[in-house]
Ligand binder design. Structure first.
Ligand SMILES: CC(C)(COP(=O)(O)OP(=O)(O)OC[C@H]1O[C@@H](n2cnc3c(N)ncnc32)[C@H](O)[C@@H]1OP(=O)(O)O)[C@@H](O)C(=O)NCCC(=O)NCCS
Ligand SMILES: CC(=O)OP(=O)(O)O
Length: 338
């Protein structure tokens, strides 16, 4: 589990302000307490203050470093409603609708990040990915250099039965439903950068398909081949292969028989799926049958860090996501509060 230990230790050095939008969820409360014990972040819990205090107190005195942000009583709400109105006026959102939106905990949390009241946000233990991600895109927005927002899972293989240990990226397993070749290429480049950013390893990118080197012929295969070509042209130094099947990308012996000259040598560590069906199903099978630790969906391409969770997450999963969000704050140079 070394990558997670490193992420947590790094998070403790910066103690970022991470806002958790589902502040009444018992898993979120537990994760907040774990994060404080590990000094991994200063935590802001969004939701009704009395309810959150009561839930926290069942665990003992409320520790220093946990704050509660109740949208209904927050002095920041009018400013947030104004900001939301400015952002969404062009879509027909009037002042009253903006105030209603800003009161919603996940929108309030995203606005806190946008306005610099928090460094990053995590949500999705209860809300769907679509709700969390749509809000992040609308309120926090795309980073200037990004072409699109996408997501990935950091998959950690650390059990005795895992022949290969360590961190792998699965993308996009959470957000972009049916990427074009250009979008798949952008997802590949962003995911390679994310692996470097979070675990400081050299990416080896597999552009996955049901075909290896023309073993099948179909428009879905051609999309992956074109996406690979686009990445190669944009970034000739990146180790990449595609279209390639998972076994040829992950098992050196299979690579020898299916793609003997592959730059990956059966040791890919970034897996780019051709669509969300494949990516989402693959990560859940690796997690639930393969017993990999799955941290995500981690969002890439946003102007500031905001991350999602699976509704099936545990408190520990949320703690891991807090550490990842802190790492993104450092990497994106989100300014520390004065
Ligand atoms: C993310 C998601 C919610 C966006 O869907 P949507 O809101 O219906 O998207 P739309 O195409 O209507 O676009 C809405 C806005 O988001 C923007 N947008 C959508 N996807 C985007 C992306 N990947 N990157 C950047 N911007 C994006 C659009 O440009 C548009 O902007 P605007 O409102 O300012 O005009 C959608 O892709 C989705 O549902 N993905 C699957 C999530 C899911 O269920 N995952 C499975 C479990 S993890
Ligand atoms: C990422 C994901 O699949 O989320 P959920 O399990 O909440 O649908």
């Amino acid at each position: 589990m070394k990558p997670l230990e490193t992420l947590l230790a790094n998070a403790a050095r910066s103690e970022r302000r991470i806002v958790l939008s589902e502040g009444t969820d018992p898993r979120v409360i537990e994760a907040a307490l774990m994060a404080r014990r590990a000094r991994a972040a200063r935590i802001m819990l969004v939701g009704p203050e009395a309810e959150i205090v009561q839930a926290l107190e069942t665990h003992g005195p409320v520790p220093e470093g946990i704050e509660i942000a109740d949208p209904e009583t927050s002095p920041h709400l009018p400013r947030m409603a104004r900001t939301y109105h400015e952002l969404r006026r062009h879509k027909g959102v009037d002042e009253e609708a903006a105030l209603d939106a800003a009161r919603q905990p996940h929108v309030f949390a995203a606005l806190m990040v946008r306005l610099g009241l928090a460094d990053g946000t995590v949500g999705g233990a209860r809300l769907t990915t679509a709700e969390i991600v749509r809000t992040a895109i609308q309120v926090i927005g795309k980073a200037p250099e990004a072409k699109l927002v996408s997501s990935f899972f950091l998959m950690l293989f650390c059990r005795d039965h895992h022949a290969k240990k360590g961190a792998h990226v699965f993308s996009d397993a959470g957000l972009v439903v049916d990427p074009s070749a250009e979008e798949m290429a952008e997802i590949a480049r962003a995911s390679a950068a994310s692996l470097r950013q979070l675990v400081n390893e050299t990416p080896r990118v597999a552009m996955l398909s049901f075909s290896t080197r023309g073993s099948a012929s179909h428009e879905k295969v051609s999309k992956v081949t074109l996406a690979t070509r686009i990445v190669r042209e944009a970034d000739p130094g990146l180790a990449i292969d595609g279209e390639i099947q998972f076994d040829a990308a992950f098992v050196p012996e299979v690579a020898l028989s299916k793609a003997s000259d592959s730059a990956l040598g059966g040791n890919a560590n970034v897996f780019i799926f051709p669509n969300l069906d494949a990516g989402n199903i693959a990560y859940k099978i690796a997690q639930r049958i393969g017993e990999a630790v799955a941290v995500g969906p981690i969002l890439q391409g946003l102007a500031k860090p905001a991350n999602d969770l699976s509704r099936g997450c545990s408190a520990e999963d949320i703690l891991h996501m807090i550490a990842v969000t802190s790492a993104q704050c450092e990497a994106q140079h989100v300014p520390q509060p004065a």
